[in-house]
Design a protein around this ligand. Structure first.
Ligand SMILES: Cc1cc2nc3c(=O)[nH]c(=O)nc-3n(C[C@H](O)[C@H](O)[C@H](O)COP(=O)(O)O)c2cc1C
Length: 185
């Protein structure tokens, strides 16, 4: 399946439950390559993690962090069956040299390209900040090492990709247009 860009922009949504089905290497390569064509103002890295052991460790430490947190984050983590990586078969981390200007923007633009490409190809996806809360902490440096993200780089955002499960668990609200628009003529 392939959709045009206008349709992909409007149909993309955060998927929070995935089938236990791998993403083929060629589909994944196409999605990742889309992440290499964003508007850009500086270096960044795209780290594609299919390794289930590493994904599980990142998931579990993120969950522990969220459970120890407060407010909305703690509430989410307390929902029965909640997993921060939602069982997706692919986790993609976006990182950049620590302290470099525009890191957050560069990586977010690359992430959005991949989300839209995945949508166009009929896959589900979700933008995530939650793994970043733990990955940049010194006591989790083993995870960054395992992900081959070298010292001096910071993870700024992440996405997950996979085939959506029938029920989009943990997504309650209907999608709505965001942002305020002012036309100045
Ligand atoms: C900065 C940022 C951080 C986000 N972090 C998470 C996250 O950690 N976990 C999650 O499930 N969704 C996360 N999201 C996804 C948003 O919840 C989602 O995009 C928003 O509710 C709109 O829904 P939609 O993506 O279906 O349009 C994040 C989105 C943004 C922009």
């Amino acid at each position: 399946m392939s959709t045009n860009i206008s349709e992909a922009i409007r149909t993309r949504k955060s998927i929070r439950a995935y089938q236990d089905k791998p993403v083929s290497a060629d589909i994944l390569a196409q999605i990742v390559e889309a992440g290499q064509w964003p508007p850009n103002a500086g270096p960044f890295q795209i780290t594609v993690i299919e390794n289930s052991d590493l994904r599980q460790k990142i998931n579990d430490r993120t969950l522990s962090f969220m459970r120890a947190g407060e407010g909305f984050i703690k509430e989410r983590a307390s929902l029965p069956g909640y997993q921060p990586l939602y069982g997706a078969p692919v986790l993609i981390l976006l990182s950049g040299p620590s302290g470099a200007p525009f890191n957050a923007v560069n990586t977010a633009l690359a992430a959005e390209n991949m989300l839209l490409e995945a949508t166009g190809l009929g896959l589900g996806s979700c933008f995530l900040m939650s793994p970043c809360w733990i990955l940049n902490e010194a006591n989790n440096s083993d995870l960054l090492r395992e992900a081959c993200i070298t010292e001096g780089n910071t993870v700024h955002c992440a996405i997950i990709i996979g085939y959506p499960a029938a029920e989009n668990k943990f997504t309650t609200a209907e999608r709505a247009k965001k942002g305020q628009v002012n036309y100045v003529k």
